[in-house]
Design a protein around this ligand. Structure first.
Ligand code: CTP
Ligand code: CA
Length: 224
């Protein structure tokens, strides 16, 4: 029995993970998106499932796939859809890891027909998307919230501000300044910051190992 506990420390816990980019439609054939692959979130979902958690993985468009009996995948396209899917599951979960690269803005209006080219310049009016993690923080009951921060300047200060604003328990600060970190690389250089602003700088590691470290923050939280 003790053995099972140490292998499946998240048994009985339900964890929601967001992953991937979001696509914001301009017209029926075009969108605004970003280069997020979804790999970080998918690796986290798999690690959490392997440690016994029941996982709901809410993902934007990605080519990745994941088959594990403990992982339910909810595919969404836009930030608005991700927001709805997150709140549909929020009350039932013990922890959230928000690894999605949600588009900050969307076209104010989606054109119903494919836009034809005419003038030499063309602009699209954008409006802010809902901040999903901010809303989760504002509506949190006892959920343990882990967010990400992608910063290129004043990294630690900006990340701490996000912890307070979004009522997070931890933030995973992604350093884009380091070689071998970030989009399209198999490795990441991260720093964990807790809500008391303690910083834990990590070595450059594979995304799988970073995923395991992140899931272990939840394991530690529920350990007696
Ligand atoms: N996030 C979210 N919904 C958004 C924007 C961001 O849930 N509309 C989440 C991300 O998944 C991430 C965290 O908030 O866990 C921080 O995202 P980031 O882009 O670093 O910060 P923003 O709050 O969007 O601020 P800015 O981009 O201006 O730095
Ligand atoms: Ca952002």
């Amino acid at each position: 029995e003790k053995d099972l506990e140490s292998k499946l420390p998240l048994k009985g816990k339900k964890i929601m993970v967001t992953a991937g980019p979001t696509y914001e439609a301009i017209d029926p054939v075009r969108f605004i998106g970003n280069h997020a692959s979804g790999k970080m979130g998918f690796d986290i979902a798999l690690k959490a499932a392997e440690k016994g958690a029941e996982v709901v993985l809410i993902t934007g468009p990605t080519h990745l796939c994941l088959k594990h009996t403990n992982v339910e995948i909810v595919s969404v396209v836009s930030a608005d859809e991700m927001y709805e899917a997150c709140f549909a599951n929020y009350d039932a979960v013990d922890a959230v890891i928000a690894a999605a690269a949600v588009a900050d803005y969307k076209p104010k209006k989606m054109a119903t027909h494919k836009i034809k080219k005419s003038e030499d310049t063309f602009s699209i009016e954008l409006e802010k998307n809902k901040d999903i993690l901010l809303s989760l923080g504002q509506n949190k009951k006892s959920q343990f919230l882990i967010g990400f921060a992608l910063e290129t300047e004043n990294e630690i200060e900006n990340a701490k501000a996000k912890i307070l604003k979004k009522k997070l328990d931890y933030i995973v600060l992604n350093s884009l300044n380091d070689k071998g970190a970030g989009f399209g690389t198999p490795t990441n250089k991260v720093t964990f910051i807790d809500k008391e602003f303690n910083c834990f700088e990590q070595e450059l590691k594979s995304k799988e190992l970073v995923a395991e470290d992140i899931v272990n923050l939840i394991v530690k939280k529920y350990e007696v």
